[in-house]
Design a protein around this ligand. Sequence first.
Ligand code: KMH
Ligand code: ZN
Length: 304
Amino acid sequence: MAKTQKTIITCAVTGAIHTPTMSEALPVTFDDIATQAIDAAEAGASILHLHTRHPDDGRPSVEPEHYEPFLGRIKQSTDAVINITTGGAPTMLIKDRLRAAEQFSPEMCSLNMGSLNFAFHPLVKRYDSFKYDWEREYIEGSEANIFRNTFADIREAAERLTPHNIKFEHECYDVGHLYNLKFCMDIGLFKAPIFIQFVMGILGGIGADIDNLVFMKRTADKLFGEDYRWSVLAAGAAQMPLATTASQMGGNVRVGLEDSLFIKRGELATSNAQQVAKIRRIVEDLGSEVATPDEAREILDLKG
Ligand code: KMH
Ligand code: ZN
């Protein structure tokens, strides 16, 4: 595949995995999500991958009414591409996870391409420091560790969201998910050109190292030829190293506090924008250019 002209930076602002007790920088209020998303866009993120949180205690939410308070503000203040999660949290069902994307019809949304035993290494390590019951349940609940994305779930997402012409960020946590995606294309659920997010370093998915990234990329080349764009997100400590490698391989990058709370080993990030600024500096120092939101729209063939 030809080298992507410019590197698209996605910022995943809050997610559903990290908890308020883990870092004060994690945005969990509507106001903080808006402010940090806007700052991340100003720092160079052309795509904002957004989850929302419950106003009571910051637990993950997929309620459309919990997006409303910040979506309009972000759209008014930035030109960034809005990407709404359909992953929600691993405890949630697809029928609910799709509601916000269906209601707000953003330019992009995530779509998880297979089921897995989902766990997050730093989350497991910090288990004893959790304060909230829902955090404990997240680890111990018998179903909570299974992130369910069956073919029927994927088909439901395709059927409900395709009429909105939303570009999917196809999240592939392992090589098998690339084959799931190929199968879904073969049966007509998705059309090229597609956008794949290689998700690396989630316990339950492929490990975050360069060999595995090359293997994911080679497999995608084999399955999709020229008809795809790709990006890498790596969880925790691997975030910046693999984003750097991906940008040098012609891929795009995703950073943000959803995927790592750190700015470097042992040092918590102070904001999403700090991570965006860091990867932007690296990408530019290494000789590539960062895509503007409109360039991202063109590269990914978004509805605009
Ligand atoms: N938290 C990431 C590892 C989604 O929102 O659809 C995966 C993710 C899922 O971004
Ligand atoms: Zn997400």
